[in-house]
Ligand binder design. Structure first.
Ligand SMILES: [Zn+2]
Length: 141
């Protein structure tokens, strides 16, 4: 006689993000990677000490220079590519380039910085949470 499989209910007591796509969504929204409700930032890029909603300590979060490096590559590719295409197609005067690309540089660098940092932290949290789950729970089913 085989015992019936029981799913323990303690996972359901708190609404948590379990999926990778959920973590990515919360990160891009600059929300807490565990509950998706609390805010991640206090100010432009300053992290809060913990989540307002679920109390998750953000001390684990260390995005480092990762977001900035990603954005530098992306922004560089976007701006240089756009400038080249515009120059080849329209040959505009220099001031048109300045008017176009200086604001674009600000948009493509400052704009994604918060969501990118949020994403990095969310992925970091997701990875650590997965590690601790594999360590603790029995996985056979
Ligand atoms: Zn939270």
């Amino acid at each position: 006689m085989r015992g019936h499989l029981r799913v323990t209910g303690n996972i359901m007591t708190e609404k948590k993000i379990e999926t990778l796509s959920g973590s990515i969504g919360a990160g891009l929204a600059c929300a807490c990677p565990r509950c998706g409700k609390g805010k991640l930032f206090d100010g432009f890029l300053t992290l809060r000490s913990r989540c307002d909603a679920c109390g998750l300590d953000y001390g684990f979060a260390d995005a480092g220079d990762g977001p900035a490096v990603f954005i530098m590559f992306l922004a560089g590719a976007i701006v240089v590519g756009s400038a080249l295409v515009t120059e080849v197609l329209y040959q505009p005067p220099y001031w048109v380039h300045a008017m176009l690309w200086l604001p674009l540089i600000l948009i493509v660098t400052l704009g994604p910085l918060r969501p990118m940092k949020g994403l990095m932290i969310a992925l970091q949290y997701h990875h650590k949470a997965a590690e601790s789950r594999f360590g603790g729970a029995d996985e056979h089913d």
